[in-house]
Design a protein around this ligand. Structure first.
Ligand SMILES: O=c1[nH]c(=O)c2[nH]c(=O)[nH]c2[nH]1
Length: 302
């Protein structure tokens, strides 16, 4: 005998673009998102008894994403995700949880002749602003916000020495190296009681994203880094201090290596240590350093 142990379903990769037009100023704004909505509830019989009477079609879920985007603000994504998720648990009595994931793609207004253009935008890279919103009936709304795909590099101000040296070690200690990573940072909000409370804290979501992004970039640039580990911890500490409603901040940072190249075999060319100028960027393997920073007394599971 078997039983259904867990089930959720919905629509993934719903691509939505919303244009906001300010009639007075003529300034337009675009928000492009990729949305996933997964539902949970009394849907077991759809799996075990071919009973479609409990199924809100994923096509209807997709339609609901578009209608909700038309009828509501889509920013901040934390609020839009909460509105969308709450809709499903309120509209369908047998649906008890809605899991909404939103990836917001970055369109940055063009500067033309030194002036912000009213309706033209650039996608500057792979960076996205992401949220996972879990609306759970009777419990509240859990929100995790994130920055992903923000690629950065510094050409000095990074060291790595004092690490374990044994019969497995070939890496030389360095007091000056290139440091590069693709920032994946996320921050977990303390649970909200419901949509009304998310609305009440509306302005905190953009502020937290701006603080997290600014702290990440400033600390990356200015810290004389002892290691990826030490620098990312400093970032997490500052973000927690800047945003009191956060429980934890997590980072996952690949260490995208740039190796020095010894060219001394060619006419004694000096290209290592203080003479290093030409480096070999590596695609793989890469270090991957992760951590979660919590408030003291709330130590996250290691
Ligand atoms: O910042 C670093 N942390 C490490 O753990 C590590 N390991 C390594 O080989 N290089 C680095 N750099």
């Amino acid at each position: 005998m078997s039983a259904l142990a867990a089930a959720r379903y919905g629509k993934d990769n719903v691509r939505v673009c919303k244009v906001h037009r300010d009639e007075k100023t003529g300034i337009q704004t675009v928000v492009e998102m990729t949305v996933c909505v997964l539902l949970e509830g009394d849907i077991e019989t759809s799996y075990t008894k071919a009973d479609n009477s409990v199924v809100v079609a994923t096509d209807s879920i997709k339609n609901t994403v578009f209608i909700t985007a038309k009828q509501n603000p889509v920013t901040p994504p934390e609020l839009f995700g909460s509105i969308l998720g709450t809709h499903f648990i309120e509209k369908y009595s047998h649906i008890h949880a809605a899991h909404v994931n939103i990836v917001t793609h970055r369109w940055v207004r063009m500067d033309i002749d030194g002036k912000p253009h009213p309706h033209s935008f650039i996608k500057p890279g792979t960076e996205t602003r992401d949220v996972q919103v879990d609306v759970i009936e009777g419990k509240g709304i859990d929100i995790n916000s994130a920055i992903n795909g923000l690629t950065v590099l510094k050409s000095t101000g990074s060291q790595f020495w004092g690490f374990v040296r044994d019969e497995y070690t070939t890496l030389k200690e360095t007091w000056d190296r290139i440091l590069s990573t693709d920032v994946a940072a996320n921050w977990q909000w303390r649970r909200f009681t419901g949509l009304a409370e998310v609305k009440a804290h509306f302005e905190k979501f953009n502020a937290a994203w701006e603080a997290a992004r600014a702290i990440t970039l400033k600390t990356f640039a200015e810290d004389n880094s002892a290691s990826v580990q030490a620098t990312m911890y400093k970032m997490g500490e500052q973000i927690l201090a800047a945003a009191p409603l956060l429980d934890t901040v997590s980072y996952a940072l690949p260490n995208n290596h740039f190796f020095e190249i010894d060219l001394s075999w060619h006419k004694g060319l000096k290209n290592t240590g203080k003479d290093a100028e030409v480096y070999a960027p590596q695609s793989n393997p890469n270090g991957l350093i992760k951590c979660t920073v919590a408030r003291s007394g709330q130590k996250a599971k290691l």
